[in-house]
Design a protein around this ligand. Structure first.
Ligand code: FUC
Length: 815
């Protein structure tokens, strides 16, 4: 190896800790989207880092409006035949109107995730400060602010302990007796009380809001207890005042009465006190070390290095502004790892799943209630979970799905007289499963169908049969609903979902009503629900008869269709407009996250999917761009995927009609929605490794900008870990793959490889015998007579079969 190459190696593969920081030379001011998020899955906070009046905006994952409730509309059952009849007659508007009247809920449209309040720290005489700096270190999950006043350096560090469930803020000065400030709690809740307990503890009690006819009954208590080193501490009305201390730590503990979606009989005061008492006497440095260790257990599993340039030396907000005009590959790394940071911080076992804003919301009435939109957004939040080696973070979602399979069972019975369970396009902490918002959005019953795929996906990555057995009833229940609900289309004779929609889109030919029968996405979802149930039943050796029945029904589902514009049809009839640039491209669910459209098995459908992507265009809302990164990665077009990353990493407001990114690197729908962050992290992974199409495909979609790089720690279906994968000049040069479950490793690579010892690898042939890689065969597509669709020329790849043993590692090198 020559010196130049060696030096470039050294330069490339050293993801330094400086690279994993968001940092700024200015404070947040009053802008929430400038503040930096910390969280431990239960408690979240936005750290403003303002010098004179610092703000820690506080969240707790169970502080939601309302109380246990259901929102089914029992009138649906009677109206169902009529709604179907109108749809089949093409009277879509009339069907939509009837559905609004009879099917959409007349109760709650979902409750709101609400802010707890603020902890505010006021410093008098600090207006003349210099050397201001703040950062969020995502390698350690700690936020820090420093500045100078009168020759004294002040430092504030904050983290939400993973170990102790409280937030800790440590304030210090580098000269003795220099710390003086007052602390107070504030809240916008109508029902609230704030008090100073003794002289060193602030307490905020609150009850959440009533909303849409549901009484707010979540009670919470937030405690902020203060420990000083030196100085003195006094209380006045609602504040605690600290004078001339050397250093101060503030512990913030928040708890609610929420036990689960049907039980809110917990004792918020006792809980908040218990967390506080357990943590308060612990040594700060020990707590910090334990927090970092608990966080890094997850975070350190994946290392990414795409190289570094001088652009990385700028503050984060300036990097964001310049990203589109400079080469700043480590900014992509930072954004990638930030997605993982946000998932670890907002989704921990035992907590609530990450909602539309993760666990960070400063408002009492957030956009879309900051709840769970399950026609894309919630699923997207969890796309990075398994493959970026954060399987444990999937747990809160999987638990929610199990709960929805309970609440959704009653909805299936009451509204549609069907067995099994379903969810419509939204849910909340009370696990509502009725249809909300209005017919245009709400008449879609695929929420349970899509979510149930996550139950299966967790098994595909972990191979945990006990787990599969425990969730199988919910997987099967999702299928049972469609066994009853599907109806034969009078014109096409296929079995279809009716009513349903292609989320939130409507063609002009359907009177701009979204309600429909047999939308492509609905068909794909039913196909997946049936296939997954069949595969799960086979893996468990159960339900032979059901398997046969579902195989039979699958044959009667509509095939995908390629329309006159060479596009993948969104609806049963060929009514897509090539100028439609709607943010949802739901029929590409079949391309990603599902794998019904494969370049190797269905090349024409793959080409049609590409045309659909091109026709819909790139720029859109944040999450839509995040989805597109995944789609272009599946298209094996790294440059186009990178273009989408560029579009997403623009300061909000720079692209007309599009989303973008805020200074704190939160994704902008706008407003802030966290799905785009997670979607993009998933997409970057898909550019570097895919495992959905019958093989582990390494660097399938490398853009020209990432010619050299390294990634370590990714997980694949079938439980393989991809370590130290290095590529140079676009070629895979080495990779170590560890098999955690054994079985055949089918590997697809961009260039020929051999084993470390120089042995030739066996060329793959026939079906992949590894059951975790099973790809369900789809029907031949129907192609419009006006289409001249041709397959896309794919880049050459090499396909190998490597038998592996559980626990063993295999190293490969470029041939
Ligand atoms: C769906 C999307 C919107 C938004 C909302 C939360 O309704 O169509 O763009 O993301 O969810």
């Amino acid at each position: 190896m020559n010196i130049v190459l060696f030096l470039s190696f050294a330069n490339i593969f050293c993801q330094g800790s400086e690279d994993l920081k968001l940092w700024y030379k200015t404070s947040s001011g009053n802008i929430w989207e400038n503040a930096l998020p910390i969280g431990n899955g239960f408690q979240g906070a936005m750290v403003y880092g303002n010098v004179e009046k610092d703000i820690f905006q506080l969240n707790e994952g169970t502080v939601w409006s309302g109380s246990p409730n259901r929102n089914d509309n029992p009138n649906a059952l009677e109206a169902l035949p009529k709604v179907r009849e109108l749809i089949f007659k093409g009277e879509y508007k009339a069907a939509e109107n009837l559905a609004n009247e009879k099917i959409i809920t007349k109760k709650s449209h979902g409750q709101m995730f609400q802010s707890v309040g603020n902890l505010e720290l006021t410093f008098t005489d600090h207006e003349n400060y210099s050397n201001y700096y703040r950062e969020l270190d995502i390698e350690n999950a700690i936020a820090k602010t420093t500045y100078n006043v009168d020759g004294v350096t002040y430092t504030r560090e904050a983290f939400t302990s993973f170990q102790d469930r409280v937030m800790i803020i440590k304030l210090s000065a580098d000269k003795p007796n220099k710390l003086s400030f007052s602390a107070s709690l504030t809240s916008k809740h109508v029902k609230q009380e704030i008090k100073v307990n003794g002289k060193n503890e602030l307490s905020l009690w609150g009850t959440t809001s009533d909303h849409e006819g549901v009484e707010g009954k979540v009670k919470f208590n937030a405690l902020a207890r203060i420990k000083t080193d030196g100085g003195n501490i006094t209380k006045s009305a609602n504040t605690v005042n600290i004078k001339n201390a050397n250093s101060v730590t503030i512990h913030v503990s928040i708890a609610s009465n929420f036990n689960n979606y049907k039980d809110i009989n917990g004792d918020e005061n006792q809980r908040a006190k218990d967390y506080m008492n357990k943590a308060f006497d612990k040594n700060f440095e020990i707590m910090k070390a334990q927090h970092i260790a608990a966080y890094q257990k997850y975070f350190n599993r994946v290392k990414l290095d795409l190289g570094t340039t001088d652009a990385s030396k700028l503050p984060t907000d300036e990097r964001l502004k310049k990203f589109n005009d400079t080469e700043d590959p480590s900014f992509v790394t930072l954004y990638y790892q930030y997605g993982r940071y946000l998932l670890i911080s907002s989704s921990q076992p035992g907590g609530q799943p990450a909602n539309l804003q993760g666990i960070w919301n400063g408002s009492m009435k957030p956009a879309w209630d900051s709840k769970y939109t399950i026609n894309i957004n919630t699923e997207m939040n969890y796309w990075p979970a398994e493959k970026t080696n954060l399987s444990e973070m999937h747990e809160p979602l999987l638990k929610m799905i199990m709960e929805l399979s309970e609440t959704g069972k009653e909805t299936a019975k009451v509204m549609y007289d069907a067995d099994g369970w379903l969810a419509h396009h939204n849910t909340d902490i009370w696990r509502i499963t009725g249809p909300v918002d209005g017919s245009f959005w709400g008449i879609w019953n695929g929420g349970g169908a899509w979510l149930s795929q996550h139950l299966w996906e967790h098994y595909l990555y972990t191979g945990d049969k006990m787990y599969l057995k425990s969730v199988y009833p919910a997987i099967k229940g999702a299928a049972e609903f469609y066994v009853d609900f599907l109806v034969e289309h009078p014109k096409y004779k296929w079995l279809v979902i009716a009513p349903g929609n292609s989320p939130e889109n409507a063609p002009e030919e359907h009177q701009r009503a979204s309600i429909t029968a047999g939308s492509t996405m609905d068909n794909q979802l039913v196909f997946d629900v049936f296939s997954t149930t069949i595969n799960a039943a086979k893996a468990l050796g159960e339900d032979k008869e059901l398997i046969e029945k579902l195989e039979g029904l699958k044959k009667r589902l509509p095939p995908m269709q390629i329309g006159k514009h060479n596009q993948l049809q969104e609806w049963l009839d060929d009514v897509d407009s090539p100028t439609d640039n709607h943010r949802h491209i739901s029929h590409l669910y079949g391309l990603y996250p599902s794998n019904q459209i494969s370049p190797y098995n269905n090349p024409k459908l793959f080409a049609a999917a590409k045309n659909t992507l091109l026709q819909r265009g790139d720029v859109s809302t944040g999450w839509s761009m995040g989805w597109k990164v995944n789609w272009w990665a599946k298209m094996q077009d790294g440059n186009h995927a990178y273009q989408l990353i560029k579009n997403q990493l623009m300061p909000l407001g720079s692209v007309r009609g599009g989303g973008g990114t805020y200074n704190n690197l939160f994704d902008a729908h706008p407003p802030f929605q966290i799905d785009g962050n997670f979607g993009c992290t998933s997409g970057i992974t898909e550019m570097l490794m895919q495992s959905s199409d019958g093989a582990v495909h390494l660097i399938p979609a490398l853009p020209d900008n990432f010619k050299n790089g390294m990634i370590s720690g990714l997980k694949t279906r079938g439980g393989f870990t991809i370590d130290n994968m290095i590529w140079e000049n676009g070629k895979l040069t080495s990779v170590k793959i560890t098999s955690t479950l054994g079985g055949n490793l089918r590997l697809r690579t961009p260039n020929e490889i051999k084993s470390k010892s120089g042995k030739k690898l066996k060329k793959a042939s026939g079906e992949n015998k590894n059951d975790f890689f099973v790809v369900s065969e789809i029907k031949e597509p129907i192609i419009s007579k006006d289409s001249d669709i041709q397959p896309i020329q794919l880049k050459r790849t090499f396909l190998y079969d490597i038998p592996t043993q559980k626990g063993r590692s295999y190293t490969f090198k470029m041939k």
